[in-house]
Structure formats: structure tokens, C-alpha cells
Ligand binder design. Structure first.
Ligand code: SAM
Length: 285
């Protein structure tokens, strides 16, 4: 760990910089973990890799060795200056100085894959933790032409995002993840592998994007609204939580559950994505 740790400290010192907590700057200082992330993402020369929040460029440096192209999106001007200096000689490097949540990823992907004739697109990143969920939802909901997302996130977030219905950590977002992708955890990363060390441990998780959503549903928006409403009061039964906004009565929900052969006392976290899709289809009718 020492050499990358020293290199990171050196870059910060030379550029008179400090990690900016507000921007979630915790730099990875373990070269072996960086190599394992790139290996786990199976990056090759036919890939366009999108790296969100490259920071000082430790992961970028490894990605540039393996990928056809690496497009980095970084918000912090200080990091952008360092990255431009560090990687200006690399012909497969592009840096976009912008907020990832505002970037038009669809057109960047189209332009890059067409210009450089790249076969697949992968997102690889050590994400800024304060916006993990909005970033992942943006990547999924914009239905981008990407094959996988391999990202470092807070350990508890990885547990929730990769949970299965019935697990302790299941939340509304678990269903969105399982609708668009096949999730798994690749590597556990204790906090001491970052500079500065955050107050939480991390995990690298991978979402393999499905060609088609994992279940068929008449109205996708309605499905996710039902799931969200069901999880707003997780401890309540589905009958109580779904009727709470007054749009559908308890009696109607009981009837739907009976029709689907489900227990009327069932709670949200015990319901599978397929069952939610069926409930949604009946409500949408
Ligand atoms: N990739 C580096 C590493 O692993 O050492 C740094 C990762 S650090 C956890 C997160 C990075 O995301 C920081 O460089 C931060 O400036 C950047 N960042 C924060 N908010 C951002 C945003 N909205 N858009 C793009 N980058 C952002």
C-alpha cells in the first residue's frame, strides 16, 4: 500500500491540495485493489470505459493501460488540473469537467463508440458516496447502452443494492437494481485503504446490465411508484401501506392479493419483483 499512499500524498503536496470532504474525496491508496477492480470489470481494448470521479487518477492510470478509451467525468477543478497534467500524453484519455448528474451520457457514448469503433461500454469508478444512489439510478434509468457498472460504494449501500427480496437490507431501490441488472459484490474494501480513511468500510459491486428488464410489466413508472409507496412504511402490511395515499382502497388490495394467492398480511420486503409486477399490472388495468 505504501508506494501509492506516498505517491498520493506527494501529488496533493506538489499541487497544494487537500481532500475535499464535501465532494466525497477519499482516494484509493492500495494498488492491488485498483488492479482487482479493473480485472473484475474485465476491461479490454474494445471497451469504452466511463470513469466517474477520477480524482487524482490512481484508478484512471490502470484503466488507461487496458481500455480502448477512458472518458473521465470530474467536477472538481483542482482534480481536473492534476489529471490534465498527468494524462495529457495518453491518446485514449478524455476528461469532461462537469457534474456527472448533469452530463448527457447518451450522446457521449454514441460519439465515442462511433468515432473509435468500440464494442462495449463499461462504467468503472470509486464513486463519491454522497451521490451514489442518484448516479446509479441515472445510469440505469437513462437506459444507456452499457454492459456493466463496477463501482466502489459504501459497504451498507452495496448490501442494500445487491439484496434479494426477503433479505434484511431490502429497500425500494433493490427492486430497481434487480429490474435492470444482475447485481453482485466483488471485493470488500476496509476503510484503511483510502486517504483520508472514511468512517465506513466499502465494497466494490458489479451490476451486469440486462438486455431486457428482468420482468415484463405494462407500466414501468406505475410499478416503481407502487414499490416506493410500499417501502415508505416498511413495517406496515402491504394492504396498509399501499392504501395510505387514498388512491386505492384496502379492500381492492386484499382482492388483488387473494387473486394472486398471496397472504393479506404480507409486508413489502417479502414480495418478489415478479409479484410487484403482477400487482402493478392489475392496478394499471
Ligand atoms: N477515483 C479516485 C480514487 O479512487 O482515488 C477518487 C474517488 S473519490 C471517492 C470521488 C471523486 O468524485 C472525487 O474526485 C470528487 O471530486 C468526484 N466528484 C464528486 N462529486 C462529483 C460529481 N457530481 N460529478 C463528478 N465527479 C464528482
Amino acid at each position: 500500500m505504501k508506494s501509492l499512499e506516498n505517491e498520493t500524498k506527494q501529488i496533493l503536496k506538489e499541487n497544494n491540495l487537500y481532500a475535499n470532504k464535501k465532494l466525497g474525496q477519499n482516494f484509493l491508496i492500495n494498488q492491488e485493489i485498483i488492479e482487482n477492480i479493473v480485472l473484475g470489470a474485465q476491461v479490454n481494448e474494445n471497451d469504452l470505459v466511463i470513469e466517474i470521479g477520477p480524482g487524482l487518477g490512481s484508478l484512471t492510470s490502470e484503466l488507461l493501460k487496458k481500455a480502448g478509451r477512458v472518458v473521465c467525468i470530474e467536477l472538481d477543478t483542482n482534480m481536473v488540473n492534476v489529471l490534465n497534467k498527468r494524462f495529457k500524453e495518453h491518446s485514449n484519455f478524455r476528461l469532461i469537467h462537469e457534474d456527472v448528474l448533469k452530463v448527457d451520457l447518451k450522446s457521449i457514448i454514441k460519439e465515442e463508440t462511433e468515432t473509435y469503433n468500440l464494442k462495449s461500454v463499461k462504467v468503472v469508478a470509486n464513486l463519491p458516496y454522497y451521490i451514489t444512489t442518484p448516479i446509479i439510478m441515472k445510469l440505469l434509468e437513462e437506459k444507456l447502452d452499457i454492459s456493466s457498472i463496477t463501482v466502489m460504494v459504501q459497504k451498507e449501500v452495496a448490501q442494500r443494492l445487491t439484496a434479494k427480496p426477503g433479505d434484511e437490507y431490502t429497500g425500494a431501490i433493490t427492486y430497481a437494481i434487480n429490474y435492470y441488472s444482475e447485481p453482485c459484490i466483488l471485493i470488500e474494501v476496509p476503510r484503511e485503504n483510502f486517504l483520508p480513511a472514511p468512517e465506513v468500510d466499502s465494497s466494490v459491486m458489479q451490476l451486469k446490465i440486462l438486455q431486457k428488464p428482468s420482468v415484463k410489466v405494462k407500466n414501468e413508472k406505475e410499478l416503481f411508484e407502487i414499490i416506493k409507496l410500499s417501502f415508505m412504511q416498511k413495517r406496515k402490511t402491504l394492504v396498509n401501506s399501499l392504501s395510505s395515499n387514498g388512491q386505492i382502497s384496502k379492500e381492492q388490495i386484499r382482492e388483488i392479493l387473494e387473486k394472486l394467492g398471496m397472504d393479506e398480511k404480507i409486508r413489502a420486503e417479502k414480495i418478489t419483483l415478479e409479484q410487484f409486477a403482477k400487482i402493478s399490472d392489475i392496478i394499471t388495468q
